[in-house]
Design a protein around this ligand. Structure first.
Ligand SMILES: [Zn+2]
Length: 216
């Protein structure tokens, strides 16, 4: 009886469907989320000389979960997604030979951070580090500029102009080669520019890990 009573208090609502659940996301939504998971062989791809490791395909329930996390203030979804990403990383055959890494989340501009209340990439990265045992360095990059959403800019030159000067090196330099972390990889412009700024400062970048990747 007491246990039943307690479980009512301990259960919260699933941020994706509002069903009560003892876990972050209900089992139905977790199943739907998992259906967008990429296979081992599709996880790691090279884009413009940068290795991109992705947990899932940016589609359906996964796309909705990421939007809910960011726009409905649900950082616990980021913790869950970061855990899934970390588990995939630990279990990946392809990354076993990697040396020690420092995890650097793609930073948000301070105004956006203030409006959203949290940086989703940092929340994902924290959870990723808990699973993988990697070191987190959130201050390695600073976002100097509020950029427009890249999907609004179809033209490559527009995108390049939009991202130019968006990042600078922070005050705390990473100890090991860097693995960047972001929630999604769509056009890749933001991540590629972050990697470029780090490399320009002679910091090695092993790649980027994202929860979801758009397209192929
Ligand atoms: Zn649900």
């Amino acid at each position: 009886m007491l246990k039943q009573l307690l479980s009512v208090f301990l259960e919260s609502r699933c941020p994706c469907c509002q069903r009560t659940t003892p876990t972050t996301v209900c089992k139905y939504c977790l199943k739907k989320l998992s259906s967008h998971q990429l296979s081992q062989s599709d996880r790691l791809k090279l884009y413009r000389e940068l290795s991109v490791f992705a947990w899932g395909k940016y589609d359906g329930q996964l796309k909705r979960a990421i939007a809910t996390m960011k726009y409905n203030n649900q950082p616990e979804l980021g913790t869950l997604l970061g855990k899934l990403l970390g588990e995939a990383w630990v279990n990946s055959e392809q990354i076993k030979s990697l040396p020690k890494i420092t995890v650097v989340p793609i930073p948000l501009h301070r105004q956006k951070l203030k409006a959203r209340g949290f940086n989703q990439a940092e929340t994902i990265a924290k959870s990723f580090c808990r699973v993988t045992g990697s070191t987190l360095q959130s201050q390695a990059l600073i976002r100097m500029k509020q950029t427009k959403a890249m999907f609004d800019l179809k033209d490559l030159t527009q995108r390049a102009k939009n991202i130019q000067g968006a990042f600078r090196i922070g005050n705390k330099l990473p100890k090991h080669p860097v693995l960047l972390i972001d929630d999604i990889y769509t056009t890749g412009t933001t991540v590629q520019e972050s990697a470029r700024v780090l490399q320009q400062a002679k910091i090695k970048v092993v790649g980027v890990a994202v929860v979801a990747k758009a397209g192929k």
